[in-house]
Every structure is written in structure tokens, then in C-alpha cells.
Design a protein around this ligand. Structure first.
Ligand SMILES: C[S@@+](CC[C@H](N)C(=O)[O-])C[C@H]1O[C@@H](n2cnc3c(N)ncnc32)[C@H](O)[C@@H]1O
Length: 258
């Protein structure tokens, strides 16, 4: 798959960073010594961590060189390293492991989430937010088109790029026995988007990548044209001509005993 496009990702940065704020607001730490931002992307979530914990040793981890370059430019004083979350191990146990909109790209949550929790220092916090939008029209339509004759030869594996979420109860069961507390919530944002094209652009920066990147240029163009038409029908214009993009997200904050 092609690398992430930080400029495209950042086009909707305000909306994308709102859940990062709301996740961080529920982290009950005063002055953690070591903080890690897993899947830090272009540094938008890392910047929030820097503002909230200015004295912490802060590390951003990502496996996209383009995202890391963008993050380093934005926060030159922060350490950013290339790493795969699936295998990542810290040099010293962090007090906060924070992953906003990243773990949905990492497989095997049954083992991943308990493993990340185990890596924490005593009294540490694991804070996770993930889009729970696989049943939304944006994502159903991606998969629907991938099964159609024009594109299916190239897209047999596209849907597998996203991890299967386990639901609030599933994550609770994974963490409850080890954690001192587990705080879970689910929110649906309703983003006001200027046009159907803007909705397509939003997902082109993230969820649509595994469906468009494998296609030769002509097929990518026809896939995007058909996807755009179906998105326009699935998200009709509201009273002012704009479209509402419903975007469900799952939040988890698990605290370790001291
Ligand atoms: C949707 S962006 C989230 C960026 C930022 N955390 C935010 O709050 O907007 C997801 C990021 O996770 C990174 N990522 C995906 N899978 C990864 C993996 N296995 N290891 C490390 N980073 C990964 C991507 O490169 C991308 O930068």
C-alpha cells in the first residue's frame, strides 16, 4: 500500500482531533514521567499530549515515514520513532500509553490490548480511541464496490486491513481482571460536511486507502467515481445543502493499580 498522505489527513484535522481531546480529558494522571503516542500520525494527537504534560518524556511511534516527517516538522522538540505497534516494546515502562485512531489498523486485539496494558508502569493508564464505523455507509459502500466485477480481482484483501473491533464488553472482559478501573464510552459525532465530495476526501485520507491503492489508475478512477455517486445518495443534502457524516467512535481508558 502507498504511504499515508499527511496533507490529505490534516485537511479534516479539527474534526479528527476532537476525539483525541475527549479521550485525553478522561486520563486521570497529573504529571506522568513517560508518555507514548502510538500511531502518532502527523503529530496532532502528540501536540495535545505535549500541552497537557509539558514535563513528561514524550515519544511518538508510527510506521509511516511520511507521517513521522510531518510530526517531526510540527514538534521538533519531541522524539518520534519508526515502529510497528504490533511488536512495539518500550525501553522503560510508560505511565501513559495513548493511541488515538490508530489501533483499528493493528490486528489481533485479543492479544494486543492486554499486551499494551502489561507494558505500563504501576499506576499507568492505557487510553484508546477507535472509529467504530465499519457498518456506516462510508465503509459498507467501500466493501460493496470491492466485491463488484470491475474491481474485485484487485481488492480481495482490502477489507482485512482494518482490525475487527471487539465491542465495549469485549474490551472490558480483556482488561477488567488486571485493571484497577476501566472507563468505556461510545460517541457518534455528526460532522457537518460541505459536500459529498468532502466525505469522499475525508475517507480517502484514511479508510479508503486499502481499497484505492491496489487499483491501477483507470480502475481507481472508476472506483472513486462510483463510490462518490453512492456516497452522494447515502448522505443526502440537509436543509442548507450540507451533508451530515455520522461517525461512531469507541473510547477506552484503563488504569493499572499502583
Ligand atoms: C488515523 S492516523 C491517527 C493519527 C493521530 N494519532 C490522530 O489522533 O489523528 C493512524 C496512524 O496510525 C499509524 N499506524 C497504523 N498502523 C500502525 C502500526 N501497525 N504501527 C505503527 N503505526 C501504525 C498510521 O501510519 C497513521 O499515522
Amino acid at each position: 500500500m502507498a504511504d499515508w498522505n499527511p496533507a490529505l489527513y490534516r485537511r479534516y484535522e479539527d474534526q479528527r482531533t476532537r476525539p483525541a481531546h475527549e479521550l485525553l480529558a478522561r486520563v486521570p494522571l497529573i504529571s506522568p514521567a513517560r508518555v507514548v503516542d502510538l500511531g502518532c500520525g502527523p503529530g496532532n494527537s502528540t501536540e495535545l499530549l505535549r500541552q497537557r504534560f509539558p514535563d513528561a518524556e514524550l515519544l511518538g511511534v508510527d510506521n509511516s515515514e511520511a507521517m513521522l516527517a510531518s510530526a517531526r516538522k510540527r514538534l521538533p522538540q519531541v522524539a518520534f520513532v519508526h515502529g510497528d505497534i504490533a511488536a512495539w516494546v518500550p525501553a522503560r515502562p510508560p505511565d501513559l500509553i495513548y493511541a488515538n485512531a490508530a489501533l483499528q489498523w493493528v490486528p489481533a486485539h485479543e492479544t494486543l490490548v492486554p499486551r499494551l496494558f502489561d507494558l505500563l508502569a504501576p499506576g499507568g493508564v492505557l487510553a484508546i480511541q477507535m472509529p467504530d464505523n465499519q457498518q456506516e455507509p462510508t465503509h459498507r459502500l467501500m466493501r460493496e464496490l470491492a466485491g463488484e466485477p470491475a474491481w474485485r480481482e484487485y481488492l480481495a484483501d482490502a477489507a482485512r486491513a482494518r482490525a475487527e473491533l471487539l465491542g465495549a464488553a469485549g474490551y472490558y472482559d480483556l482488561l477488567a481482571r488486571q485493571a484497577a478501573s476501566v472507563d468505556l464510552w461510545h460517541t457518534t459525532y455528526h460532522h457537518v460536511m460541505d459536500s459529498a465530495h468532502a466525505i469522499v476526501e475525508w475517507v480517502q485520507g484514511t479508510g479508503l486507502r486499502p481499497f484505492v491503492d491496489p487499483l491501477p489508475p483507470a480502475l481507481a478512477a472508476s472506483y472513486l467515481a462510483e463510490y462518490g455517486a453512492r456516497i452522494a445518495a447515502a448522505y443526502p443534502p440537509r436543509a442548507d445543502g450540507r451533508r451530515l457524516l455520522a461517525y461512531p467512535r469507541l473510547f477506552i481508558v484503563a488504569c493499572k493499580s499502583k
